[in-house]
Design a binder for this molecule. Structure first.
Ligand SMILES: C[C@@H](O)CC(=O)SCCNC(=O)CCNC(=O)[C@H](O)C(C)(C)COP(=O)(O)OP(=O)(O)OC[C@H]1O[C@@H](n2cnc3c(N)ncnc32)[C@H](O)[C@@H]1OP(=O)(O)O
Length: 157
């Protein structure tokens, strides 16, 4: 099930605020990602090919796993209105079909002058970190997002 949308404005953020999303990786996810991006590397699509790699079986595209970080940023922390600026990624271990990936995003630094938030991102399967990196996003302030509500003394939309 997809998580409910939650809007956090820059003023709502604090260092240490954390969000977690879990996703089981299915074969149809990987095939779908190959179709929409055009990355038909057989390491993702062919069991025959993947069996002869060090991984022994098909693995998910690294950028599909990374896309789950984007899902957290765009829906929960900070949520709708957040704008991606940059993202570092270290693919530390493979993600296999059927793995449950836990994505953890944590506010690491706030830069108020530029309304930027730096977030530490980790994807794990069980106890193993499969991906980590850092995101930089631009986060709307309340007054930018809903100036009318602010003038009328309201808060969040
Ligand atoms: C283009 C697409 O179609 C293809 C894909 O999307 S493939 C899917 C995404 N990628 C993966 O799933 C790969 C996951 N990563 C791994 O399986 C392994 O990291 C590796 C096979 C790439 C490397 O393993 P190996 O060669 O065995 O390296 P070591 O474990 O011996 O580590 C040596 C040192 O390098 C550091 N290191 C290894 N991998 C990474 C990484 N991804 N990012 C950053 N650093 C890495 C590791 O920590 C060791 O450092 P140390 O100081 O010597 O301890």
């Amino acid at each position: 099930m997809l998580p409910e949308l939650r809007v956090l404005y820059f003023e709502d953020l604090e260092v240490g605020l954390t969000e977690i999303l879990k996703k089981e990786i299915s074969s149809s996810d990987v095939v779908g990602f190959a179709e929409i991006t055009g990355d038909r590397n057989p390491i993702h699509l062919s069991e025959h090919f993947a069996a002869r790699t060090p991984f022994g079986t098909r693995i998910a595209h690294g950028l599909y796993t990374a896309g789950l970080i984007s899902a957290v940023l765009g829906t929960r922390l900070p949520g709708p209105g957040a704008v991606y600026i940059s993202q570092t990624l270290n693919f530390r271990a493979p993600v296999r079909i059927g793995d449950v990936v836990e994505v953890k995003v944590e506010v690491a630094e706030l830069i108020p002058e530029r309304r930027r938030a730096r977030l530490a991102c980790t994807c794990s399967v069980g106890d193993e970190v499969v991906l980590d990196g850092e995101a930089l996003v631009k986060v709307p302030k309340k007054e930018e997002a809903d100036p009318l509500a602010m003038r009328m003394g309201g808060g969040r939309a």
